[in-house]
Design a protein around this ligand. Sequence first.
Ligand code: URA
Length: 265
Amino acid sequence: MDPASLLAWHIAMGADEAIDIDPIDRFTTEVQAPVIARQHPQAQKPAPPSGPRPVAAKPVQAVVGAGPEAAGRVAAEASTLEELKAAMEAFDGGLLKRSAKNTVFADGTPGAPIMVIGEAPGADEDREGKPFVGMSGQLLDKILGAAGFSRTENVYITNMVPWRPLGNATPDGATIAMCMPFVKRHIELAKPKVILMVGGVSAKALLGTEEGITRLRGRWKELDIGGQKIAALPVYHPAYLLRQPALKGHAWRDILSVKRKLSLS
Ligand code: URA
């Protein structure tokens, strides 16, 4: 395989950062002989190990972590956004969480009338600990800005999943199920007037439907979150719009629809 393809493969698999300046060949690194307790004098000294060091298998740890029930209990105990953030940072999110650098909680203005809910952090968001700061985040800001909305004034942004999935994989059902209690509590505490469900993953999960984003987009729905009815609009994900620029017109139409819903126009 040529080095560029190999590097691209590593990045896609999530190995996107060097952790030391010099490479270490772990197979040829000297291994200390184990300290043997005093034994019978005739006991033979074991030969020093040579070749690759054998590694004892560890029990497989849950991919997902503590699961939806534990997430539900922890989320219910949070009575402020700060408490919810702290609870999520302390939560056992399994391999998903351990492979991420940050718990990406939210950005923007808490208590804002518009709450944007995306899919999951990418590499930029994981590094900075904030949602939508990469290329798609820049497009999202432009779309919001076209209707006079911004993170600093009237938009609050989060994701369905607060931890970057390895290789930017689409979060699976078990991951969404585990994160859902956090998202619902997040909505309850943020108290938005409208929710923008950005992309198919967010829209399908929050609406509990298998319908695709192409059918869902642009049609207002109502979410019932802890007894609160909140108007929610499925919209295309800005990452999709970057690949399909001809569809950007829908995004402008949708954001104007949000403006009308908030009776700002
Ligand atoms: N895509 C998302 O859905 N969320 C982010 O935070 C970044 C990219």
